[in-house]
Design a protein around this ligand. Structure first.
Ligand SMILES: [Zn+2]
Length: 85
């Protein structure tokens, strides 16, 4: 049982490394070609990482808002559940 769990963990780690390497390679190719580093489309603007398109800027903004909202909800639920009475 323990052996199976360990093998599974190694497999997951391996997949993560492969995906990460593939994403980095893809991103480098787009950066060299002067395209949006996030999706490879024509860039309209730049951020602190490099050239980026308006779609990705909007996606990032939405993701940040969603992340902040989720964190707030989780914090509220945690406070509600663990509030000392
Ligand atoms: Zn993009």
């Amino acid at each position: 049982m323990l052996k199976l769990g360990f093998n599974f963990l190694i497999a997951v780690l391996l997949v993560l490394v492969v995906v990460f390497t593939w994403r980095t390679k893809r991103r480098e190719k787009w950066e060299r070609a002067g395209l949006c580093y996030s999706c490879g489309a024509m860039p309209q603007t730049t951020d602190r990482h490099g050239r980026i398109c308006n779609d990705c800027v909007l996606t990032r903004k939405i993701q940040r808002w969603l992340g902040g909202f989720m964190a707030l909800v989780i914090a509220a639920i945690a406070a509600w559940v663990y509030w000392p009475l």
